[in-house]
Design a protein around this ligand. Sequence first.
Ligand SMILES: NC(=O)c1ccc[n+]([C@@H]2O[C@H](COP(=O)([O-])OP(=O)(O)OC[C@H]3O[C@@H](n4cnc5c(N)ncnc54)[C@H](OP(=O)(O)O)[C@@H]3O)[C@@H](O)[C@H]2O)c1
Length: 242
Amino acid sequence: MTSKTVAFFGASTGIGHSALKHSLAAGYQCIALCRNPSKLTSVLTRESWPNLQVVQGNAHDTAAVSRCLKASDNKLVDEIVFTIGGKPIPAKMTIDDPHVCEKGITTVLNAILTLRGQGVVGRPHIIVCSTAGMSEFGRDIPVTYLPLFSLFLKVPGADKRAMENKLVASGEDFTIVRAAMFLNDGETNKQVRAGVEDPQTGIESKAIGYSISREDAGKWIARNLVVERNPKYLNKTATIVY
Ligand SMILES: NC(=O)c1ccc[n+]([C@@H]2O[C@H](COP(=O)([O-])OP(=O)(O)OC[C@H]3O[C@@H](n4cnc5c(N)ncnc54)[C@H](OP(=O)(O)O)[C@@H]3O)[C@@H](O)[C@H]2O)c1
């Protein structure tokens, strides 16, 4: 389906950037919201990627977000890849914007409702990036990570929880991707394992692991959720680890 249109929030770096690169390579029309577009256009040039449209703005601004959610012909985009996150402040065990994801997903969901009210049609599949360690049905991180999670991920974890809950309650189609707690850099050929959880009924399969790279997490998202849209992950949580 090469006519698919995908909106990206948080693709200037990290997991989102990798998912964007793989979606562009698959030939999809991609719209990326960036606070500082040159961060993206200096790496993904217009000449190399004519199927990329970069929109300047903040993911908490409804007008800017709405511009990214509308594909052509009064239709909403087919997929939304939402990977925004705050910058860690390790000394204070917090992040620069403690509600960055909650505010962002609220903006996206409100923008969808407003656009529908204006006659724009469609039902995008909303893919958000969360963190392993969030399961309410059982341990989903290695035992040795438990103290680290409660220390360093208390603030971002609460934000991710609020984001997950709002998305599940929205009634939209979604996949929550919980990436391994430790993110490193570099694309590899390592096998990625995915554990599946249903937000209502609990764990369907477990994958507990120590790490994953941002590039491999983004590649997994693009391949399994954007290109294939594997039904196994629809309206579920997928925990991805090596
Ligand atoms: N242990 C961990 O750290 C861990 C583990 C698993 C998952 N995660 C989560 O996984 C996600 C992706 O992680 P990552 O390391 O790939 O992220 P990252 O490289 O830090 O990228 C975050 C992105 O969000 C954007 N952003 C933040 N606030 C924004 C706003 N208000 N408006 C527009 N864009 C905004 C940033 O844009 P700018 O370039 O403008 O800053 C950047 O593109 C994050 O939610 C992260 O919390 C983290």
